[in-house]
Write a protein that binds this ligand. Structure first.
Ligand code: SAH
Length: 491
């Protein structure tokens, strides 16, 4: 199995920079052992004008069979023979994708310490795969790669050159080209990582639930808007429908979160700026964070979850205070998390500080074992971003499964909207808000939630508490009392 990656250079930017980007020296031939055999990396050409890196994967068929034992579908009468006689060692396939991610993992993530600015630069690329199994043929190859900016040349490989009348095999010779200025090397590798196995459509290894995470991570920035998203998702996940459905739902959320390019606090802040007549009022977003920090301190929390952390403003505040020993920011939007990581300068942070903080992708609509055992969870302006039918799922994930001692939930008070002069009547404050609640509606949600899961709850205003319409933001402070909770869990 063989694949090459080539780029061209200019006098200022020699093509051999490819070696830095791939973290593999152009003058060396290197071998790496992977789960399925040995991966060799070498450079057939390495000049300033043109540089080509080759990845050759030498499959160990015995390792392949051993690893597959008891895990694959099996059952077919020729399964035993097929284990030994198959095209795996010769054709590019999902195994090549596994090797790509093992050998070029930093490059795939766009990390390059030696040339950080180069990793972010889109460069001219050519990728060649001489024998790619492509179920769906050249047409599907084009449908998958062209929307991503690639020029695709997919030539069907004849079944047997001596007998052209036998027609084409299911292999194509693939050449992908992209001019400078469109894709970074990291993006290109992530496309291959996902699409090679999709074309192969015969995933050799057992698909576990964390494949969905892997797919979404590799698909960040391109999969949510891909016209063939459904084919990609279902084939990548080996047609496991429950996983496919989960992936599609999460991609939908990514799309919504991404459509949401405006800052969440935009309207609140804009209004605050407008009423900026006398002494400068503190923006509502800042007052919200102050109120949250005061409650966390009063609760004596040290290990805190920020669920729906968005662009990481609260995480940043928490990091400044050493009493918060472990801070976990969770969001469904990879883009928001990327902004958060940049804001926190995660890559340049000292080790001691970096150890206190984790940013991770996740959806509050699913229970997540990683969220158990924390002192407190904050959901600041998050519930209103979920469809109201998803709230029972969020309720279970937070109060039933994660069960921190303290839960803080803030949400807009819709009654206050009449006070926002820039907000047309009847409108919500933000395009992605699925609903906004009155004070009464918020209580009607929060009280039974507390009751069902063994929490006490009180309500606090955030911002000026208007005598008629109440405060702009409302906060519920839940404290676990474990009353009834046993029955709930037993039920
Ligand atoms: N907590 C931040 C951001 C609020 S905006 C603040 O107070 O400023 C709402 C955030 O919730 C967005 O970042 C959005 O991506 C995230 N979000 C929406 N649905 C989610 C879900 N199901 N799971 C996790 N996060 C979600």
């Amino acid at each position: 199995m063989f694949l090459t990656i080539s780029t061209t250079g200019t006098p200022e930017r020699p093509a051999t920079d490819l070696g830095f980007l791939l973290h593999k020296h152009p003058e060396k031939t290197q071998a790496f052992s992977t789960s399925y055999g040995t991966a060799h990396v070498f450079y057939p050409e390495a000049g300033d004008e043109r540089c080509t890196a080759a990845l050759l994967l030498e499959i160990d068929p015995v390792a392949l069979v051993r690893r597959g034992k008891g895990k694959g579908k099996g059952g077919a009468p020729d399964a035993a023979l097929a284990q030994y006689v198959n095209d795996r060692p010769y054709a590019a396939s999902s195994l090549l994708a596994v090797a790509l991610s093992a050998v070029f993992s930093s490059a795939m993530r766009g990390v390059c310490n030696a040339r950080p600015e180069r990793a972010a630069q889109p460069l001219p690329l050519r990728i060649e795969v001489p024998a790619l199994p492509a179920r769906g043929g050249a047409e599907l190859v084009r449908a998958l790669f062209e929307p991503l900016g690639w020029t695709v040349t997919a030539t069907p490989v004849p079944l047997d050159e001596r007998f052209p009348e036998w027609g084409a095999s299911r292999y194509v010779r693939l050449v992908l080209d992209v001019p400078a200025g469109k894709l970074t090397l990291g993006e290109a590798l992530r496309h291959l990582y996902v699409l090679l196995p999709v074309l192969d459509d015969a995933k050799h290894y057992w698909v576990s639930p964390d494949e969905v995470d892997k797919l979404l991570r590799a698909g960040d920035g391109w999969l949510a808007d891909h016209p063939e998203q459904k084919v990609i998702t279902s084939r990548y996940l080996a047609r496991r429908w429950s996983l496919t459905r989960e992936a599609m739902q999460r991609l939908e959320l990514v799309r919504l979160a991404d459509a949401d390019d405006t800052d969440v606090d935009e309207i609140d802040n804009a209004v605050d700026e407008e009423s900026d007549t006398e002494d400068k009022p503190v923006p509502l977003a800042v007052r919200r964070r102050e109120a949250i920090l005061a409650e966390l301190a009063a609760a004596g929390a040290g290990r805190v979850l920020d669920l729906g952390c968005g662009q990481g403003q609260l995480v940043q505040e928490l990091l400044k205070d050493v009493r918060y020993t472990e801070i976990v920011g969770v969001d469904v939007s990879v883009r928001a998390l990327t902004v958060a990581a940049r804001r926190l300068k995660l890559d340049r942070m000292g080790e001691r500080r970096a150890e206190r903080v984790t940013l991770t992708q996740g959806s509050l609509a699913y229970t997540d074992k990683r969220l158990k055992g924390y002192d407190a969870a904050v959901l600041s302006e998050v519930v209103e971003h979920l469809d109201i039918e998803r709230l029972p799922a969020l309720e279970y994930a937070v109060f039933g499964s994660a069960r921190p001692r303290t839960v803080l939930v803030t949400t807009p008070n819709v009654e206050y909207n009449v006070r926002w002069e820039t907000l047309p009547a009847g409108h919500v404050r933000h395009g992605d808000h699925r609903f906004e609640w009155t004070r009464e509606e918020f209580r009607a949600w929060a009280l039974p939630v507390a009751e069902r899961h063994g929490y006490d709850v009180r309500f606090e205003p955030v911002g000026d508490d208007d005598p008629e319409v109440g405060p702009p933001t409302q906060m519920a402070v839940f404290t676990r009392n474990d009353k009834n909770a046993k029955e709930v869990r037993a039920a």
